[in-house]
Design a protein around this ligand. Structure first.
Ligand code: SF4
Length: 508
C-alpha cells in the first residue's frame, strides 16, 4: 500500500508537510471532521464553520488535482468522532504501508497522534510544520537557559534570519520596534474602511446548516459568516488589507471604538492559522507596501512584528513549556468566569461591546482581548482554566498554541512573568484614553468608589494591594506600589471594600 497522509482542519495548506512527496497513484489523503474537536470547548459556531468549510474546499481542490481524498464527514453514521478512531477505520479501509502527518497545533492532539502507531500497527511519521518560520528546535535553542522569554529579543533574531525590514545588518529606519508611535486613539469621525466580506457559497451554506443543527447552542451568532475559506479568498483579504488599512494600522493599532469592531486590523489570523495564507507572503506584502511608499514604516513594522515576532514566539513558548504551562497559576486565581462573558447583561460598556462583537463576529482585536476582557479577568482573579477555555472557544482564530500563551501568559500573568515582565493590569484611565467606550457608560472612569465607580478602578487597586508582596520584587511594579502607598488608607480600604462587594456579587 501507499501512504495515508493525514491533513487536519487547521492544516489546509497546499504545501503542508504531510503532502510533500505525495504520490497520487498510491497515496490517500485522510481528512476527518470529528465531533470531539468541535466540542472539547464549545467553539463559536463561526469557527466550526470556518474550519469545516475550509476543509471541504481544500479536499475539493486536492481531488480536482487528481489526489485521492478520503474525507470523513461529520454526519457520516460510522464516524467515531475522534481522530484515533478515524485513523484506525481509515487504516482498515486503505491498508497503508505508513501514515504521514504534520505536527498538530495542540498538545492534546500530539498525544493522540503519538498513539496512532501502537494502535494501528502502521508506522507513523510526524513532520515538522514548515508553515512556521521558526522551527521548534531553533526556538528551543534560543529559549534554553533563559529565565524569562522576551519577545523583543526573539523578534530581532527573526528579523535578521529572514532579512525582513533589514538594511544590511541594521533594522530599517534605525529602530527594531516602532510601538511608541502606535498608540493613538481613533479621532472623532474617522471611519476605517470595512474589510471585505466573503459571502458563503454552497459548500459553506451546507456546513452552516450542519453546524446550526449540531452546535446551535454554542455561544455565538452564525448568520453573518463572512470569513475567507479558500486560499484565493485569503489572498484577496490580505491584498485588501494592505491596500486599504495597512497605512493606518500602526497609528491606531491600540485604539478601540464602539461600533468599530475591526478598525484598521488585518483579520488575516484565521487564514494564517488554518493554512490558507502563508505567513511569509503576508510579511513580504507589508514590507513591499512600505518600500513602495504606500505604508509608513511604523505600520509595516507593527504588522510584521505580529506575525514574524509574536506569532512565532507564542508558538515556540507553547511547545517549549507544555504540558506544564497550562496548569500554572502564579497569582492563585480561582474565580469562576462571570456570566457576562457569555453575553449576560453587564453595566460595563467596554465589556459589553467586546463580548457582543465576539458573539457576532467570533473576533475582537488584540487590545480588546488584552486590555478589556483579559484585563478584567486578571484584576478579578478569574481561574486560568476558565478564561483560557473561553478565549479558545470564542475566537475564530484561536487554536491552543496561539491562544494559551496569549491569555495565560500575556493577559492574566498566570505564568508569573515568563513572557511579560509585568502584568498587563490597567485601570479605567487606560480604557478611557484608548476608546470612546466610557462615554455613555453607566460608570465613571474617574471614580473609584461610590455608586458610579468604574469597576476597573477599584479592582485595579484591589489587585495591586492583594499582590503587593509578590510585586514588591518587581522593579516594573514600583510605580503603582508607590502610588498605593501614598494613598489615604481610608480611601484604599473603601476601594477594597467596593471590590469585595463587587466580586461577591459576581460570584453570587
Ligand atoms: Fe469600561 Fe469603566 Fe469605561 Fe465603563 S467607565 S466603559 S466600565 S472602563
Amino acid at each position: 500500500g501507499g501512504a495515508l497522509r493525514v491533513v487536519l482542519g487547521d492544516q489546509c495548506a497546499r504545501d503542508i508537510a504531510a503532502l510533500r512527496d505525495l504520490d497520487p497513484a498510491r497515496d490517500t489523503v485522510l481528512m476527518m471532521e470529528v465531533q470531539e474537536e468541535c466540542t472539547y470547548v464549545p467553539h463559536h459556531p463561526q469557527k466550526i464553520v470556518l474550519v469545516l468549510s475550509a476543509m471541504r474546499h481544500f479536499a475539493r481542490a486536492l481531488a480536482a488535482r487528481g489526489v485521492r481524498v478520503d474525507h470523513v464527514r461529520l454526519d457520516d453514521p460510522a464516524n467515531t468522532h475522534g481522530f484515533r478512531g478515524e485513523v484506525l477505520r481509515a487504516v482498515a479501509r486503505h491498508r497503508p504501508a505508513r501514515i504521514v502527518a504534520t505536527h498538530p497545533g495542540e498538545w492534546r492532539v500530539l498525544e493522540d497522534m503519538r498513539g496512532w502507531e501502537a494502535a494501528s500497527g502502521v508506522p507513523v511519521e510526524i513532520r515538522e510544520d514548515a508553515r512556521f518560520l521558526c522551527p521548534l528546535p531553533r526556538f528551543r535553542a534560543w529559549a534554553e537557559g533563559r529565565k524569562s522569554y522576551r519577545m523583543e529579543f526573539f523578534y530581532r533574531e527573526m528579523r535578521r534570519m529572514t532579512g525582513l525590514l533589514m538594511e544590511g545588518d541594521a533594522p530599517a529606519g534605525g529602530q527594531w520596534n516602532f510601538d511608541a508611535e502606535n498608540r493613538s486613539a481613533l479621532p472623532e469621525g474617522m471611519a476605517p474602511p470595512p474589510p471585505p466580506r466573503f459571502a458563503p457559497d454552497g459548500i459553506t451554506r451546507e456546513v452552516m446548516a450542519l453546524v446550526a443543527a449540531r452546535f446551535g447552542a454554542h455561544f455565538g451568532a452564525l448568520e453573518g459568516f463572512a470569513w475567507p475559506v479558500t486560499a484565493r479568498d485569503a489572498r484577496a483579504a490580505l491584498d485588501a488589507f494592505i491596500r486599504d488599512r495597512l497605512p493606518r494600522f500602526g497609528d491606531y493599532q491600540d485604539a478601540m471604538a464602539a461600533g468599530q469592531p475591526t478598525l484598521f486590523h488585518s483579520l488575516v489570523s484565521t487564514s494564517l492559522n488554518i493554512g490558507l495564507l502563508d505567513p511569509m507572503e503576508a510579511c513580504r506584502g507589508a514590507e513591499q507596501a512600505w518600500r513602495d511608499g504606500h505604508a509608513p514604516l511604523n505600520a509595516a513594522e507593527g504588522f510584521i512584528r505580529q506575525i514574524l515576532g509574536w506569532r512565532e514566539y507564542v508558538r515556540g513558548i507553547y511547545w517549549h513549556l507544555m504540558p506544564g504551562y497550562a496548569a500554572e497559576n502564579a497569582l492563585g486565581a480561582g474565580r469562576p468566569l462571570p456570566a457576562f462573558y457569555w453575553g449576560a447583561p453587564t453595566s460595563m460598556r467596554c465589556m459589553a461591546e467586546a463580548v457582543a462583537q465576539t458573539r457576532d463576529l467570533a473576533y475582537a482585536h488584540h487590545i480588546q482581548r488584552l486590555m478589556v476582557t483579559g484585563n478584567f479577568a486578571l484584576l478579578a482573579g478569574i481561574a486560568p482554566a476558565e478564561i483560557n477555555a473561553w478565549y479558545l472557544a470564542v475566537y475564530a482564530d484561536a487554536f491552543e498554541w496561539v491562544a494559551l500563551p496569549n491569555t495565560h501568559g500575556m493577559a492574566i500573568h498566570a505564568d508569573g512573568g515568563l513572557m511579560a515582565s509585568k502584568p498587563y493590569a490597567a485601570s479605567a484611565a487606560y480604557i478611557n484614553r484608548m476608546s470612546d467606550y466610557c462615554r455613555g457608560c453607566a460608570h465613571d472612569p474617574k471614580q473609584a468608589t461610590g455608586p458610579r465607580a468604574c469597576p476597573f478602578n477599584f479592582l485595579y487597586w484591589d489587585f495591586i494591594a492583594r499582590h503587593a508582596d509578590r510585586f514588591a520584587a518587581n522593579p516594573r511594579m514600583a510605580l503603582p506600589l508607590r502610588s498605593l502607598a501614598r494613598m489615604d488608607p481610608r480611601n484604599v480600604a473603601a476601594m477594597r471594600a467596593e471590590a469585595g462587594r463587587f466580586l461577591a456579587a459576581l460570584d453570587g
